[in-house]
Design a protein around this ligand. Structure first.
Ligand SMILES: Nc1nc2c(c(=O)[nH]1)N[C@H]1C(S)=C(S)[C@@H](COP(=O)(O)O)O[C@H]1N2
Ligand SMILES: [Mo]
Length: 308
C-alpha cells in the first residue's frame, strides 16, 4: 500500500503559494498558511487521504455542528457550551516541549512537527464517561510517530501529556480547586499502539478550538477524558503519574479508564450511551468496540482496575 501523501506546504497547488514564497521566508510562509487555515480555508486537506482501516462500523458520523459545539473543555467552563469562549485561545505560534527520559530534550514548533509526519483521516468513536458518544472523522498522525521522533530512553515507561496553562485566556483555569494544567498519561505500550492518534483536524478542516486545537489526542478505546486537548508538552517518565481527573476524584476517574459497560461509574451506569443527535440510546461495547485491537495490552481483563 502506498504511504499516505505527506503534508508539505510545497505540495500545495501553485496558485496558492506564488508569488509569496519569493518574498516570504519559510517560517513566514508557514505562518501565512496557518492563518489561512485558521480562517477556515481548506489547504492541504484535499491531499489528506482517508485511511479505510478506521471506520465507523455500523454507526453514522455525528453532525459536525453538534460535535464542534457540545464539548468538554474545562479550561473554558464546566459546561458544554464552551465553543465561543475557546475561540480566544491563540493556536499559532504553538510550541511543543518534548522532555523527560528522552535522548535529547527539545522544543518544536507545531508547523515544523507537522512537516515531519504524514497526515491521514480516520473515523473514530468517542465515548465520554458521562454516557454520551460521537463518531468523528479526525485528521492527524499516529502518536507512535511522535514517540519515535522523541527517542525515549529504555527507562521510560509512561508518556505524560499536558495542556496549555493560561488563566487569562482560559477562565476555567481561574478555578483554583482544579489541579491545572490538565494532564493525561498512557503507558508507552498504549502510546505506541496504532490506534493512539494525535489529531490536528476534524471533518476535513483544521481542528476547531472547542475540540482542542491545535493538537489533541484520540484514544478511542478509553473514556473521553483520556483524550487530552491543546497539548503543549510530552514528558517521558519512569513512574506512573497522577493525572488531572485522577487527582480530583480517584474513585471516579482512574488511570486506565478503558470503556466497559459492566463496570459502572459511581454516578453513571455504563451499560448504554446516547449518540449525540440521535433519539435512541445504544449498548456500550467493551473497549468502545476496539477490543480486538487493544485487549492484549491488559494482562487480566477480569480485573476491574483496568476499567476505571
Ligand atoms: N484539556 C482538556 N482536555 C480534555 C477535556 C478538558 O476538559 N480539558 N475534556 C475531556 C473529556 S471529559 C472529553 S469527553 C473529551 C471531549 O472532546 P470533545 O469536546 O472534542 O467532544 O475531551 C477530553 N479532553
Ligand atoms: Mo468526558
Amino acid at each position: 500500500m502506498p504511504r499516505p501523501l505527506r503534508h508539505r506546504p510545497w505540495q500545495l497547488p501553485e496558485r496558492l503559494v506564488t508569488p509569496e514564497p519569493l518574498v516570504l521566508g519559510r517560517r513566514a510562509l508557514l505562518g501565512a498558511l496557518a492563518a489561512l487555515a485558521g480562517a477556515g480555508v481548506r489547504l492541504a486537506d484535499a491531499a489528506v487521504p482517508r485511511n479505510p482501516r478506521y471506520t465507523a462500523d455500523d454507526r453514522k458520523l455525528t453532525d459536525e455542528k453538534l460535535a464542534t459545539t457540545y464539548n468538554n473543555f474545562y479550561e473554558f467552563g464546566s459546561h458544554k457550551q464552551i465553543a465561543k469562549a475557546a475561540e480566544a485561545l491563540k493556536t499559532r505560534p504553538w510550541t511543543i516541549r518534548i522532555e523527560g527520559l528522552v535522548e535529547k530534550e527539545t522544543t518544536l514548533d507545531i508547523d515544523d512537527l507537522l512537516a515531519k509526519v504524514a497526515l491521514e483521516e480516520r473515523i473514530y468513536r468517542l465515548r465520554c464517561v458521562e454516557a454520551w458518544s460521537m463518531v468523528v472523522p479526525w485528521t492527524g498522525f499516529p502518536l507512535a510517530d511522535l514517540v519515535a521522533l522523541a527517542r525515549p530512553l529504555g527507562s521510560a515507561k509512561y508518556l505524560v501529556m499536558q495542556t496549555f496553562l493560561d488563566a487569562r485566556t482560559a477562565p476555567g483555569q481561574r478555578a483554583f480547586w482544579y489541579p491545572w494544567p490538565y494532564t493525561e498519561a498512557l503507558t508507552l505500550a498504549e502510546a505506541t499502539h496504532e490506534l493512539a492518534f494525535l489529531v490536528t483536524g476534524a471533518y476535513g478542516k483544521p481542528l476547531p478550538n472547542s475540540m482542542g486545537a491545535p493538537i489533541r489526542l484520540a484514544v478511542p478505546w478509553k473514556y473521553g477524558f483520556k483524550s487530552i486537548k491543546s497539548i503543549v508538552a510530552f514528558r517521558f517518565v519512569e513512574d506512573r503519574p497522577e493525572t488531572f481527573w485522577e487527582e480530583i476524584a480517584p474513585h471516579e476517574y482512574g488511570f486506565w479508564a478503558n470503556v466497559n459497560p459492566d463496570v459502572p461509574h459511581p454516578r453513571w451506569s455504563q451499560k448504554t450511551e446516547q449518540p449525540l443527535g440521535e433519539s435512541e440510546k445504544i449498548p456500550t461495547k467493551i473497549f468502545n468496540g476496539y477490543g480486538e485491537w487493544v485487549a492484549h495490552l491488559y494482562p487480566d481483563l477480569r480485573d476491574p482496575v483496568y476499567f476505571r
